[in-house]
Ligand binder design. Sequence first.
Ligand code: PGA
Length: 250
Amino acid sequence: MRTPVIAGNWKLFKTIGEAVSLVNDLTPLVAEAKGVEIVVAPVFTALSRAADAAAGSNIRLAAQDCYWEEEGAFTGEVAPKLLKDAGCSHVIIGHSERRQYFGEVDETVNKKAKAAIAAGLTAIVCVGETLAEREADATFSVIEKQIKGAFAGFSADILAKVVIAYEPVWAIGTGVVASPEQAQDMHKYIRSLIAGRYGETVADNLTILYGGSCKSSNAAELFSKPDVDGGLIGGAALDATEFHKIVQSF
Ligand code: PGA
């Protein structure tokens, strides 16, 4: 069956020193966490040092983005194999902030996820609707389009290296969390889309995380839903005690 994941998306926060300190603070706290994978995603510049700090612990490292080419004249980009080299096991792809501010679209999400998986990384692929889309009753069609676009051309074997994060844009960084029922509805829908294309077994094995204002006070309720397999945590992941509480609520 699927592996639950609690992942911290540190966004554009923390220097190298602060990232290493947070990993050091988290290490003893989550050392006993069983049956759940713990992932943290510092900025690119802190990845390698954070990975060194996490060595031998059960904390895994993720990058927050990658490019799809292995190397070449692509100024400013970072290839998946370089993320592996820096100590990453995961990479977040298609976060709504990248879609909103940096021109990320389903087609680039698809290329990045494919390249990341080919390099041996697990791709944490984000999908989610905006408030305007939800209010226009377009939530299901938006998610369907994002899922189809992100995984176009993926075989079941490739999809096995994917974690999906459902992150309603209206819940990210707003303090407005989706209700456990809203999250469950969407996760179930996403799993049904995968089942329709790849079959029940593949869908059952797929880890689907919830993200958007998830914190220790609401995590347990969200995680109690059958199709919610953990969380992608932003603001609440920046503090070791708070992140640990979220891990504990699993
Ligand atoms: P948030 O962010 O927990 O601060 O809402 C979640 C995310 O953007 O992944």
